[in-house]
Design a binder for this molecule. Structure first.
Ligand code: TYM
Length: 351
């Protein structure tokens, strides 16, 4: 049986943060090592231009993402690793064809679009509106059925599925309806205790390249409560906290402190295991938690995972010619597949 395809990408906005790593890269690694899948991983540098950017920073950002990809374990022997811009002729072309089956109203109502409009009110461009259509083209050009991304990308995947259905029924094509491959870290909240971990919010994130003192200093600032209480996280029903928080429900019932505790507990669970988290839960209801101690141990556990990644990153930084070649090789492999899809779509559309 033919292998199922996977595509994912990260915008070229610089070094990856912990949210990118846990929500996207971890899933990319898991699927890369699964023999049932053929994996395509790109640097979404065209998408980076949908919000204000500096050309020189874009170039740097592309390199930073590539180095982080390689350091984290994306492997050219197992995956096609490429820059979206190296296939701009095909991805942007398919996005244009896709845009013929999507209404402006559908795109204007997406929560991700509305967020960006709030963030950059003077820069509401066609490129920004079209962001999900280009993303659908990125995925469907490889006929990918699995997409390892964080939960914030779900509305975009919904658009991709709609486009697949419409193109299939209108032009007798056979696009799969892509679904998200979720990881434990599908939604990493901000270290500030408000919103999600994001590159655009200072103090909200850890970088994969942070050393132990930097991680400690950032965790030290996470707001916490007194460390004792009957009910965790301000009466939010068990299990619902993470999901509902993302959608903004319960936001009013929660304090910044309780949300800070929630992010610490999630990170404890991810980096130190479920049992450790349950011990803290017990302490919370009993003798109380020392957050200072918790943060120190958690910082160490996170750094243990970052250490080998940082070591590999240094090695790749010293081999710039090799790193350049990675994208060439990846683009070649990706192009082979992408060309076939674009030709097929043009044929069926009578172009
Ligand atoms: P970007 O750069 O905004 O995000 C990259 C990836 O990181 C995930 N992520 C998070 N996951 C968990 N918790 C967080 N706090 C967090 N912050 C970010 C995102 O969900 C994403 O997986 N639109 C994509 C780029 C893209 C793409 C594609 C992805 C372009 N074309 C095709 C998949 C398939 C994006 O959001 O990038």
């Amino acid at each position: 049986m033919a292998k199922k395809r996977v595509l994912s990408g990260i915008r070229a906005t610089g070094r990856l943060h912990l949210g990118n790593y846990l929500g996207a890269v971890k899933g990319m690694l898991a699927l890369q090592d699964d023999p049932d899948y053929e994996t395509f991983y790109m640097i979404a540098d065209l998408h980076t231009t949908t919000t204000p950017f500096e050309p020189a920073e874009l170039k740097k950002g592309r390199r930073e993402v590539l180095l982080d990809y390689l350091a984290a374990g994306l492997d050219t022997e197992k995956s096609a690793i490429f820059a979206q811009s190296d296939l701009a002729d095909l991805h942007a072309q398919l996005a244009f064809y896709f845009s013929t089956v999507v209404s402006v109203a559908r795109l204007r109502h997406l929560p991700t679009f509305k967020d960006k409009v709030k963030q950059y009110p003077g820069q509401v461009t066609m490129a920004l509106l079209n962001y999900p259509v280009l993303m659908a083209a990125d995925i469907l050009i490889y006929k990918a059925s699995k997409v390892p991304v964080g939960i914030d990308q779900e509305p975009h995947l919904e658009v991709a599925r709609e486009i697949a259905r419409k193109m299939n029924s209108k032009y007798n094509l056979n696009f799969p309806e892509p679904t998200r491959f979720a990881t434990k870290g599908e939604h990493i909240p901000s270290l500030t205790g408000k919103g999600k971990m994001s590159k655009s919010v200072q103090g909200s994130y850890l970088n994969l390249t942070d050393d132990l003192p930097a991680i400690k200093a950032k965790l030290a600032k996470v707001p916490t409560d007194a460390g004792v209480g009957d009910l965790k996280y301000e009466n939010v029903p068990k299990g619902a906290a993470e999901k509902l928080k993302y959608f903004g429900v319960y936001e009013s019932k929660q304090t910044k402190e309780s949300r800070g505790v929630a992010v610490l507990m999630l990170l404890v669970e991810i980096f130190q295991g479920k049992e450790r988290k349950e011990e803290y839960d017990k302490q919370y209801e009993g003798e109380g938690i020392s957050y200072q101690k918790l943060k120190g141990e958690l910082a160490k556990a996170i750094f243990e995972e970052f250490k080998p990644i940082q070591k590999k990153r240094k090695e790749f930084e010293e081999k710039p010619e090799y790193v350049e070649k990675v994208l060439e090789k990846g683009a070649k492999a990706a192009r082979k597949v992408a060309e076939i899809t674009v030709r097929e779509v043009r044929d069926k559309m009578g172009i």
